[in-house]
Design a protein around this ligand. Structure first.
Ligand code: 13P
Ligand code: SF4
Length: 301
């Protein structure tokens, strides 16, 4: 922590000077999450909060699609991402042209895109969803069949909870696809009584063997409410670190995977972003209008 003090003090001063606010995803490291962030949460909470912000500058401590969502909801504000190359394997797995082809192939079937996509992809879809509201979004459309892009496992996990038929894509999260049902069985053997929480981007076999599955915020709330004596979060490593700091009474078992994209954001580049006003997130107006509609429809569900 002492190594971080200089950057933390500089960031706190820069936020005041620039009327800036920092939104941080649950996968940001504890020094960002606990020391400089104003708002923390899952993708849904960050999008909801972004829709209500008064500050003039928003720094998104997270990945690029999150910064684009904040920009879509705040077209007149400056949205900064500290490292432009903080991407996402799901966002990379699909293009706007792919979505147009899906629409041609399944005429009349509504297209739901996960927020983990580019603004171009959102612009081609009818409505967005996050892991926190996917089932509600699917059922809000009042149809028998939907297309849900691009996370195959999220689509399969939601399909297991609803009567609506879901047509999926083949995208995967490079962090969550690595967990296996065998990992859970080994954990239960080596750590008797452990409660297993899994993100819905994990393969369906993992979610089926977990005790609970939900968005990053839902996992955090589960620990807040239930305070299991022993828990494992089948998700990104910083998530356990952040929740563990708030719950010294809970034993966190920590096999976890790192998201290299989330880890591109550091205190040092948050400071530089505020000092040098970069990297400014821009979205072409022709795309922004349609993408914003998809996000706003999601927020209205
Ligand atoms: P949440 O919306 O659950 O925070 O998930 C975002 C994400 O990128 C998970 O990998
Ligand atoms: Fe994308 Fe997976 Fe990283 Fe989340 S954890 S940002 S879904 S690669």
């Amino acid at each position: 922590w002492p190594a971080f003090v200089d950057d933390i003090e500089a960031i706190l001063a820069l936020k005041r000077e620039r009327n800036a606010i920092i939104l941080a995803h649950n996968y940001q490291t504890p020094e960002i999450f606990h020391c400089v962030a104003d708002i923390v949460g899952d993708s849904l909470a960050l999008a909801r909060t972004a829709a209500t912000i008064e500050a003039q500058v928003i720094v998104l401590a997270g990945v690029h699609f999150m910064a684009e969502t904040a920009k879509l909801l705040n077209p007149d504000k400056t949205v900064l991402i500290p490292d432009l190359s903080a991407g996402c394997s799901l966002a990379e797995s699909i293009t706007a042209e792919d979505v147009r082809l899906m629409r041609q192939r399944y005429p009349g079937v509504p297209i739901i895109t996960y927020v983990n996509t580019s603004a171009e992809v959102k612009a081609e879809s009818d409505i967005c969803c996050t892991s926190g509201n996917a089932k509600a979004v699917v059922e809000s459309l009042g149809v028998l069949r939907v297309i849900m892009l691009p996370d195959e496992y999220l689509a399969q996990n939601i399909a297991a909870q609803t009567d609506v038929q879901i047509i999926a894509w083949k995208g995967h999260c490079e962090v969550h696809e690595r967990f296996t049902p065998a990992d859970i069985r080994e954990l239960r053997e080596s750590h008797p009584g452990v409660v297993v929480l899994a993100h819905p981007e994990c393969p369906p076999g993992v979610v089926a063997e977990a005790d609970f599955s939900g968005s990053t915020a839902a996992m955090s709330d589960y620990v807040d409410r239930q305070r299991p004596p022993r828990v494992v979060l089948m998700t990104e490593c910083s998530m356990s670190d952040n929740v563990a700091l708030a719950h010294p009474e809970v034993e966190f078992i920590r096999p976890c995977n790192l998201c290299p994209h989330m880890k591109r954001i550091t205190l040092a580049n948050i400071r530089t972003a505020l000092e040098q006003n970069h990297h400014v997130v821009t979205i072409e107006p022709g795309i922004a209008g349609r993408a914003r509609l998809a996000v706003e429809r999601m927020l209205a569900v």
